[in-house]
Write a protein of this length. Sequence first.
Lengths: 114, 116
Amino acid sequence: AQSVTQLGSHVSVSEGALVLLRCNYSSSVPPYLFWYVQYPNQGLQLLLKYTSAATLVKGINGFEAEFKKSETSFHLTKPSAHMRDAAEYFCAVRATSGTYKYIFGTGTRLKVLA
Amino acid sequence: EAQVTQNPRYLITVTGKKLTVTCSQNMNHEYMSWYRQDPGLGLRQIYYSMNVEVTDKGDVPEGYKVSRKEKRNFPLILESPSPNQTSLYFCASKISGTGLLQETQYFGPGTRLLVL
């Protein structure tokens, strides 16, 4: 069965500092991987996705993630945090065949300190 | 404007009183899905639909029903709500198929449900 684990339910960074949000997946074959962002009182918005093309994926708002098969990871990074990045971030996975089920992680709330 | 709409946005009900949460999308998407979001548990998929009259269970389907009679609508039905179904519910849709372009789900604004 597939699963995703997000390490750290809360992460705080200073404005201008590196953002690193961790996601590890469990799957017998490399799945499709996603990062979504949820701003307060809103629905989710796709940040970026990996679908077996380039392993370094660039998304919106300056975020990027690298798929590392050897580490079964898909960590989200941004070189310089902005106040507007404060939100909850979810990693998600879907098998590449046989099912259209999506599995989401438990989320990481990012706080950006002035 | 391309969007997924949900109604109602907020609902308070009592145990056992049947309710329906509607979801509609105007993007001609084949795939639609329902999720519930609970603190510390993230999002969990309830049901999804690949197209009209085609539905399948997600990870937490117990206590819920869905139907897909029209492409644009995917209502979520709670026939006998219980307090453990108090949650924030999201509907989502996307184009059918796989690949970079197709793998983008568009989420509605959410429906906050309280079952007393």
